[in-house]
Design a protein around this ligand. Structure first.
Ligand SMILES: O=C(O)CCC(=O)C(=O)O
Ligand SMILES: [Fe+2]
Length: 321
């Protein structure tokens, strides 16, 4: 076996700050890109986000979802969770000062990650992606999963892929997050202070599938084909679980800014739609731009999930619908 086969599918990579001054390390960029080519997921640590601040933001999210009356808070129709989409800094500010500051930090880390991607992909312009994300079409989704204390709980978050450019995720360490990698649902390790990074289908298509948009879910004890020990998932269900997903979408005017060569993969991924329409379509066809209450699948992913919905470990498969 070569090193590639031994490589950790979801590595932890430290990314430094100061990238705007051209200090982006080639090795770090290559490692980041490699993980996104292999599994589509990795963990990063950035000096911009301290473990203490991450905990503070998660506490603010939990407090907002459990103790505030806000029209933004929605009970999910299928998964056992409540969530809110904070589409703007204004929404974040209204929810909590800590979430506002967290959004600010995520926007900075987004720039760092996008710059690493351009360098790791050997693009001539290290700012290629950052320039095409300067409209800040970013959204925070704060989520609180209910405790169910039941062995028959299947997915706490249904299988899906994300669909913008990149997602930066903080979780409180309650187990269950899994990715579909090489035919298995494998757990994503938890590292305090680290962010989980993954790719959405638009950026994946843009790179012609080079960077993977990977199916993921939050499993429960009755989720199918899980590689997480069942006892771990039973224990996790005894706890509420809080997470914050930061979704970055590309500029809506993007197509007009690209040369035809750069445009090809993105055009194909968009299938004739505008970026805004694509986001709406993947979010379940909601008339609201950023509403992701319905999780969509690409047709390839739907076929893959259909193949997977044969039961092997009890409970309802909770398959995509
Ligand atoms: O809660 C989590 O850990 C994952 C959430 C997620 O994947 C999403 O909201 O897109
Ligand atoms: Fe997701």
């Amino acid at each position: 076996m070569n090193n590639r086969q031994h490589a950790e599918p979801i590595p932890l990579i430290e990314i430094p700050v100061g990238l705007n001054h051209g200090t982006c390390s080639k090795d770090t960029s290559k490692a980041l890109v490699h993980a996104l080519q292999e599994s589509g997921f990795l963990l990063i640590k950035s000096p911009l986000l301290s473990p203490e601040y991450q905990i503070k933001a998660l506490e603010a999210a939990r407090h907002f979802l459990r103790h505030t009356k806000s029209k933004l808070i929605v009970e999910h129709p299928e998964d056992p969770k409540v969530y809110a989409m904070l589409d703007s800094k204004k929404d974040c500010k209204k929810a909590s000062a800590d979430l506002y500051e967290y959004m600010d930090i995520m926007e900075k880390i987004k720039v760092d990650v996008l710059m690493h991607l351009a360098v790791g992909l050997d693009m001539k312009d290290a700012n290629f992606f950052t320039k095409l994300h300067d409209e800040h079409n970013d959204t925070l989704r704060v989520i609180n999963y209910h405790k169910t204390c039941s062995e028959t709980t299947a997915n706490r978050c249904k299988e899906h892929s994300d669909y913008g450019s990149i997602t930066l995720l903080s979780t409180d360490g309650v187990s269950g997050l899994e990715i579909f990698h090489n035919g298995n649902w494998i757990p994503v390790p938890y590292v305090k202070g680290a962010l989980v990074v993954n790719i959405g289908t638009l950026l994946s298509g843009w790179t012609k599938g080079d960077l993977k948009a990977t199916l993921h879910r939050v499993a429960g004890p009755a989720s199918l084909h899980s590689q997480t020990p069942k006892e771990t998932l039973i224990e996790a269900c005894k706890h509420t679980r809080t997470s914050i997903a930061f979704f970055a979408d590309p500029n809506h005017s993007i197509s007009s800014k690209l040369s035809s060569e750069e445009d090809e993969g993105l055009k194909e991924a968009l299938g004739g739609m505008s970026v805004a329409d694509y986001i709406e379509w993947r979010s379940g066809g909601s008339s609201k731009f950023h509403d992701r209450s319905g999780i969509g699948f690409t047709s390839n992913e739907r076929d893959m999930l259909d193949d997977l919905s044969r039961p092997c470990r009890g409970g309802n498969p909770n398959a995509a619908s």
